[in-house]
Write a protein that binds this ligand. Structure first.
Ligand SMILES: [Zn+2]
Length: 450
């Protein structure tokens, strides 16, 4: 038992940590830069010491003498996916709860993300103690693998208005005064978090919502520490207050209504990043298995990464349920869908976020589903890719990744088909590189806890 755990630990550690090859020319692929610029058909790019140093057309970019050339003809390359709203450390196989919040389970979530092509994630505020911060720092030091993790630390809400489930009990700060919320932000800044998370929701009437004044105080205090504030939001009225409070991002969309024109204008004017988080709700709207459940590449990835018991339970969600409940969740989802569409048409800064890590909302799988849902709400495949790469990096203040352009880290996916034709082609991962080093996906798969 101990020996097998140790063996797995060694595999997990080795999978994504090694020294970048000195130089490599990748030649012949269609290259999607991730910044919204057009794809380069038949590209070539040079990677030196983990960084992209030159990008252009095949034949224009040549390798210096002695540099190996890798033929990627027929493939498409794009930046690794960046997911801005995750909660690692709660699900271990079939079990879900606070007792799973260990190094092993967190690393497993980060490895799962990587297996599905997700190179970086932001944990949004449900974190106990310093474990995740320590793991982030070990990654920075090159001592730990998995998708690169950024940490929002301990989130802040009004009393009883933080995340409600038992697994998350006691994690959020509960504040009622401006002094308290400023103090909470200062404490988190001192712990060197990457962002501040606040919850603004009355939780169906069970609690008071955090007021716009307190949200504004959090945003003001966070700015002093160069930290972005990410706000969980549910109601239209709270979103109006939050846009005015100058928070940096909505960690969800407005769900009780279709956003009106003044709110859209405020979101655009204040340059608020928005995470649609469509997938968690969408899956509850079905009473029979939807078509997307059987999409072969998604099925393949799920079988690679989850046990039959977990898959069976996920499928069990698509069963006849109380008609009033189904009606209600469909209404909420219609609002989310409509608001994603309206925000995109208005030119809002949409980023990929899926509330990954909620029960059976698995790392990597949730992101792959979310991309498809963003496209279903009218975003072009190029817009979805930008949201999931360069704009996510901008939100996370990661200046070294998110595009395939000179000077960035060589963080990229090699796909068997073009995601500009069909966004679901991001599931057809042939190879993945992080910092110029190829991930051993077979070893990664073998190391996963199911
Ligand atoms: Zn969340």
């Amino acid at each position: 038992m101990i020996r097998s755990a140790l063996k797995r630990w060694a595999a997990l550690t080795l999978v994504a940590v090694s020294t970048p090859a000195l130089a490599q020319l990748y030649d012949g692929a269609r290259l999607i830069p991730g910044d919204g610029g057009p794809a380069i058909e038949s590209s070539a790019f040079l990677v030196e010491s983990g960084k992209i140093t030159r990008v252009g057309k095949r034949g224009e970019v040549t390798a210096p003498t002695g540099v190996p050339r890798v033929d990627l003809s027929g493939k498409t390359v794009m930046p690794n996916i960046i997911s801005t709203h995750v909660h690692p450390g709660f699900q271990k196989g079939i079990s879900y709860g606070a007792s799973n919040y260990t190094r092993e389970v967190i690393l497993n979530d980060l490895n799962l993300a990587l297996y599905y092509g997700v190179g970086a994630v932001m944990s949004q505020g449900i974190e106990r103690g310093d474990l995740l911060l320590q793991m982030r720092d070990e990654q920075t030091a090159g001592k730990l693998g998995g998708a690169r993790v950024l940490v929002a630390g301990r989130g802040i809400g009004a009393p009883n208005a933080g995340p409600g489930a038992l697994a998350y009990k006691g994690i959020a700060y509960e504040v009622t005064t401006e002094d308290q919320i400023r103090q909470a932000v200062r404490e988190q800044a001192a712990r060197k978090v990457n962002a501040i998370k606040i919850w603004v929701d009355d939780r169906g009437g069970r609690a008071p919502s955090l007021s716009p004044e307190l949200s504004a105080a959090a945003a003001d205090e966070a700015k002093k520490h160069n930290l972005r504030v990410s706000a969980h939001v549910y109601y239209h009225r709270d979103a109006v207050g939050l846009a005015g409070a100058r928070v940096d991002s909505f960690a969800h969309l407005v769900r009780d209504a279709v956003m009106d024109e003044p709110l859209l204008v405020a979101v655009i004017r204040n340059r608020v990043f928005v995470m649609p988080n469509m997938g968690g709700g969408e899956r509850t709207t079905h009473t029979t298995p939807p078509d997307w459940w059987s999409e072969p590449y998604l099925v393949g990835l799920l079988k690679d990464t989850a046990s039959p018991e977990v898959i069976e339970r996920m499928k069990g969600l698509f069963a006849p349920r109380d008609a009033a409940v189904v009606e209600r969740v469909r209404g909420i989802y219609r609002n989310v869908h409509q608001n994603t569409r309206r925000l995109n048409e208005a030119g809002a800064r949409i980023i990929l976020g899926s509330d990954t890590g909620l029960p059976d909302h698995l790392f990597g799988y949730a992101e792959q589903r979310e991309l498809e849902l963003m496209a279903s709400a009218g975003m072009t495949t190029m817009e979805v890719i930008v949201a999931a790469t360069s704009r996510g990096a901008e939100y996370l203040q990661l200046s070294d990744t998110g595009t395939l352009t000179a000077g960035k880290r060589a963080d990229f996916l090699v796909l068997d088909a073009n995601p500009l034709d069909d966004i679901r082609n991001t599931r057809r991962i042939a190879r993945m590189f992080v910092n110029g080093v190829e991930i051993d996906r077979a070893a990664l798969k073998a190391s996963l806890i199911k």
